[in-house]
Write a protein that binds this ligand. Structure first.
Ligand SMILES: [Mg+2]
Length: 165
């Protein structure tokens, strides 16, 4: 079973808490209808993610929802990706409001979930890894190396999916 790579945008791919424009990033102004967003994107992220797609199934897990495919994927050179959508924000006792949706979506598949607003508490099975990213920095070469080595070193079989309240 191929692992999933669940991708948040704001934080990991758009380091929106950065001071200025970090090296490697470009500022983009993206407009759709009457809305305009300014964000920082790094073309190297597209390169790295396309490489990881040989191992992982990439999935958007972002409040951009389908807008990630329409507006951001083409900028990064990514193909259309499956997208987790959030119908409402269910209250959660701790951790990310996305966690119950992610749990429903992934079932027992192995995954790495890259997000700036996750902690250790979200998932505990070792075939399902929550990977926090600093929204001041975004995904780095070190992170991509860590994601690759996690995939290389893991056997994904026979693990129970942790239950969610
Ligand atoms: Mg985020």
């Amino acid at each position: 079973m191929r692992p999933l790579l669940l991708l948040d945008v704001d934080g990991p791919l758009n380091p929106h808490r950065a001071d200025g424009i970090p090296p490697g990033y470009r500022e983009h102004e993206i407009t759709e209808g009457t809305k305009t967003w300014r964000l920082l994107l790094n073309p190297q992220h597209g390169v790295e993610l396309n490489k990881l797609a040989s191992t992982f199934d990439l999935v958007w897990a972002t409040s951009w929802e389908h807008g990630a495919n329409r507006l951001l994927g083409p900028v990064l050179g990514l193909p259309e990706l499956p997208t987790i959508t959030w119908s409402d924000r269910r209250p959660v006792p701790q951790g990310s409001w996305k966690a119950p949706y992610v749990a429903d979506w992934v079932g027992d598949r192995p995954f790495i979930w890259v997000d700036d607003e996750v902690g250790e508490s979200e998932f505990t099975a070792d075939h399902q890894l929550v990977y926090p990213v600093d929204a001041r920095i975004g995904l780095t070469a070190t992170d991509f190396a860590a994601i690759r080595s996690w995939a290389d070193g893991k056997s994904f079989a026979g693990k129970a999916f942790p239950t969610h309240p």
